[in-house]
Ligand binder design. Structure first.
Ligand code: AMP
Length: 138
């Protein structure tokens, strides 16, 4: 299994397709998921190539996890959430659709189920939600 440099998240990193950026540092980049399963659903990715958890280096994992923790606090603050769910899928059998390592960060409220996958967000709503998260990132 090799890394495909033309996957959609690699294109986002190169600025070839747009994204609602929430945060970046030297090693990681965070943006809104365009088919959010909860308000504030965002994706944390390394800036360097790897397919998923199975081929990631310890350094890539450490950087992505630190940013995942930072974004968990930010989305909880931004949406007044009481918890957060982290999801991460590996290979087709594991539910992976985009082959650049990513962690889903989903703010959660007690008793509110995740929405089903596959529904595109309204871009104006996503932009407004992104602005709230940017304001909440420490
Ligand atoms: P998975 O590989 O199963 O974790 O799923 C990929 C995720 O990427 C899904 O939640 C999609 O909604 C999301 N996604 C796909 N294309 C884009 C995009 N261009 N911008 C933001 N999120 C995307």
């Amino acid at each position: 299994m090799s890394y495909d440099p033309d996957n959609i998240f690699a294109k986002i990193l190169r600025g070839e397709i747009p994204s609602f950026k929430l945060y970046e540092d030297d090693e990681t980049y965070v943006f809104m998921d365009i088919m959010p399963r909860a308000d504030g659903h965002c994706l944390v990715i390394p800036k360097t190539p790897c397919r998923n958890l199975l081929d990631a280096s310890p350094a890539q994992l450490a950087a992505v996890m630190a940013t995942t923790q930072r974004m968990s606090h930010a989305v909880m603050r931004a949406f007044g959430a009481e918890g957060v769910t982290i999801q991460q899928f590996n290979e087709d059998a594991g539910g992976q659709e985009v082959y650049h390592l990513h962690f889903h960060v989903l703010p959660r409220h007690a008793g509110v189920a995740l929405r089903p996958p596959g529904t595109m967000a309204d871009m104006d709503v996503l932009k407004a939600q992104a602005e709230k998260i940017v304001a909440a990132v420490g």
